[in-house]
Design a protein around this ligand. Structure first.
Ligand code: ADP
Length: 650
């Protein structure tokens, strides 16, 4: 076994590989870009080597720099994680030349599976079932059109070099084929530098079921069962599970054996995933991913094996730790990918600082403990535009699917993130939806259940408003010198202070007098521990967490979060209505220019700063006559939505 490895990746996967290495007593070397100098994966490793600027092209993708780092630190092997160089045959070869073990398959196997069309030809020979289609070398548009007509509509045009859901076009009618072909080729040449395509029958109610395979250098190859990854948005996975609901033992075995045949056909070694598309009782080969997958933890949960440990053992020449007969499925596991993105805006990726971050307690690495949190970030870290916007993976295990679902809903309810848009609430609705619970999955599930998954906003319930009011009072008590009301002019009436607070579109009355607090007329007691509140509202105990982000309150209560804007008439006096009186970024973007000096006295409406967002420029103007006390960013800085841009005094 190795004594020191280099992890050529970042974020959660680098942290995850480091965890196993540490458990096995293997020293680890991290690599990092300028943007990641203080990141969690650097802290998770024993040593770290700086690679270069933030963009991956200048850091995580530069083979020479990574190999030099391995040499300099004496690492015997390189784990590529997923993404970046993990499926790059040139890198696998360069490692071999440099005398460093690449923890992954041989370069020849990567290249055999690299192009979807060539991979299909090989699979055809190995008798692995394929989706009816065309994957020939002749790319004449007329021939492709003829092939599409032969296959029968709808068809799917796929870039042969494609990946990550890019370069795909579904075509419903022969008349639309040539236009779709042209646009697919254009996207393919831009994204992959190669415009070859293949054509497949477009399945209308397909499931994405993939099989985990593992091969060693002694000629053994096993399958560690399947994962169902049918729940997707934009052809990308969001929720994965193992085993696949409703799969019969006979079909499981048939798919497992087909996957092993696929791996053997290319001389595979290490961890790989054979992706199938299934419809009814049929299943067809789609592609093989020649690396560890993001969703590998669900397989670990149901088999009880650590797949990174298997990778390390196989790469160092050991035999597979278990035979096919020894592998058994126990229970059910689910993984939810927590992304910085905005489901309500078409799942648009978001960036920003994780100003408040809490996960459910991470109990165990493989099953039993039930909840596992794989994350590469900590509170205060940022999700930048340079890399993947995944914040964490929540993985749960249960004796059966129903228990796993309940645990997932609970784990998502305990996940608190403030500072940027996330899909946490969306994932929770998904997990709790009847459609998902039924186990009747297909890739159209999110689109088909749009109304349930994107419900209209409801007015906040009283318990949420009471928590928000308690937090406002607590904040004022902290900032005021004497009594909690002196900082703001509440109304005084026979020694009882009355106040109405506008929280979002709701208005509530709070009172404080000899007998304590009242909230909308009901007696209320408040106990507080940091951000956590415990109230008695009349007879009802209420618990929750409240986080301020400027004047927005994020109230976490009963597994959901409600964001409420606090409107304070006093603080907003004299400010421009149109801007809401706040000098914050209206959306994530980049600061382009500062238009006046710090300390400048300006008139209402004077342009202060220009930012660029979504390819458009936005000018932020003075909300009133006043002074620019301080700019909080410089030109070139990225800012997240809602970030305060400058301090302005009246
Ligand atoms: P990528 O390499 O970009 O991930 P894949 O070939 O793995 O592309 O396909 C990604 C997703 O697209 C699948 O998980 C499935 O949802 C959908 N898909 C792929 N092929 C078909 C098909 N023939 N019919 C219907 N949907 C498909």
């Amino acid at each position: 076994m190795f004594t020191k490895i280099l992890i050529a990746n970042r974020g959660e996967i680098a942290c995850r590989v480091a965890t196993t290495a540490r458990r096995l007593g293997i020293k680890t070397v991290a690599v990092y870009s300028d943007a990641d100098a203080g990141s969690k994966h650097v802290a998770a490793c024993d040593e770290a080597v700086h690679l270069g600027p933030a963009t991956a092209k200048e850091s995580y993708l530069v083979m020479e720099k990574i190999l030099a780092a391995a040499k300099a630190t004496g690492a015997q092997a390189i784990h590529p994680g997923y993404g970046f160089l993990s499926e790059n045959e040139d890198f696998a070869e360069a490692c071999a030349k440099a005398g460093v073990t690449f923890i992954g398959p041989p370069a020849s196997a990567i290249s055999a599976m690299g192009l979807k069309s060539e991979a299909k030809s090989r699979m055809e020979k190995a008798k692995v079932p394929l989706v009816p289609g065309y994957h020939g070398a002749d790319q004449a548009p007329a021939l492709l059109h003829q092939q599409a007509d032969r296959i029968g509509y709808p068809v799917l045009i796929k870039a042969s070099a494609g990946g990550g859901g890019k370069g795909m076009r579904a075509v419903d009618r022969s008349a639309d084929f040539l236009a779709a072909l042209e646009s697919c080729k254009r996207e393919a040449i831009n994204a992959f530098g190669d415009d070859a395509v293949l054509i497949e029958k477009y399945l209308t109610k397909p499931r994405h079921i993939e099989v985990q395979v593992f091969a060693d250098t002694h000629g053994e190859c096993v399958y560690l069962f399947e994962r169902d990854c049918s729940v997707q948005r934009r052809h990308q996975k969001v929720l994965e599970e193992a085993p696949a609901p409703g799969l019969s033992e006979a079909r499981r075995k048939a798919m497992g054996e087909a996957a092993v045949a696929a791996a053997k056909a290319v001389g595979y070694v290490g961890a790989g995933t054979v992706e199938f598309i299934a419809e009814g009782e049929q299943f067809y080969f789609m592609e093989m991913n020649t690396r560890l997958q993001v969703e590998h933890p669900v397989t670990e949960m149901i088999t009880g094996f650590d797949l990174v440990e298997w990778q390390l053992r196989v790469a160092s020449g050991e035999r597979l730790p278990a035979t096919q007969a020894e592998l058994k499925i126990r229970g059910h596991a689910l993984e939810a990918r927590v992304y910085a993105e905005n489901p309500e805006k078409g799942f648009l990726p978001a960036i920003g600082t994780l100003s408040h971050l809490r996960f459910p307690e991470h109990v165990s690495f493989v099953r039993d403990g039930a909840v596992r949190v794989d994350s590469g970030v900590r509170e205060g870290d940022a999700i930048t535009p340079f890399y993947d916007p995944m914040i964490a993976k929540l993985i749960v295990w249960g004796e059966d699917r129903e228990l796993a679902l309940t645990r997932m809903a609970d784990a998502l309810g305990k996940t608190q993130i403030v500072g940027l848009a996330t899909n946490v609430a969306f994932l929770k609705r998904l997990v709790e939806s009847k459609a998902f619970a039924s186990g009747d999955l297909d890739t159209g599930l999110i689109a088909k259940n749009h109304d349930v998954l994107f419900p209209a906003a409801k007015a906040p319930v009283d318990t949420v408003l009471a928590l928000a009011a308690a937090a406002v009072l607590a904040r004022e008590a902290e900032s005021a010198d004497a009594d909690p009301w002196s900082s703001r002019s509440g109304w005084r009436l026979n020694q009882v202070f009355l106040r109405s607070l506008k929280l979002g579109s709701s208005e509530v009355q709070v009172a404080y007098g000899h007998s304590g607090y009242r909230f909308n007329g009901q007696p209320m007691t408040v106990t507080r521990d940091g951000l956590d509140y415990q109230l008695m509202l009349g007879e009802q105990p209420v618990r929750g967490t409240v986080v301020f982000e400027g004047e927005t309150l994020h109230v976490f209560h009963a597994g959901t979060v409600t964001a409420l804007e606090l409107f304070d008439a006093i603080a907003h006096a004299g400010q421009d209505e149109g801007q809401g009186g706040k000098l914050v970024a209206p959306m994530p973007g980049k600061i382009v220019a500062l238009l006046c000096g710090q300390g400048a006295a300006v008139k209402k409406g004077t342009p202060l700063l220009v930012m660029e967002a979504m390819k458009m420029e936005h000018t932020i103007t003075a909300p009133a006559d006043g002074t620019v006390a301080e700019f909080l960013f410089s030109p070139g800085d990225q800012v997240s939505e809602g970030a305060e841009l400058l301090k302005f005094s009246l």
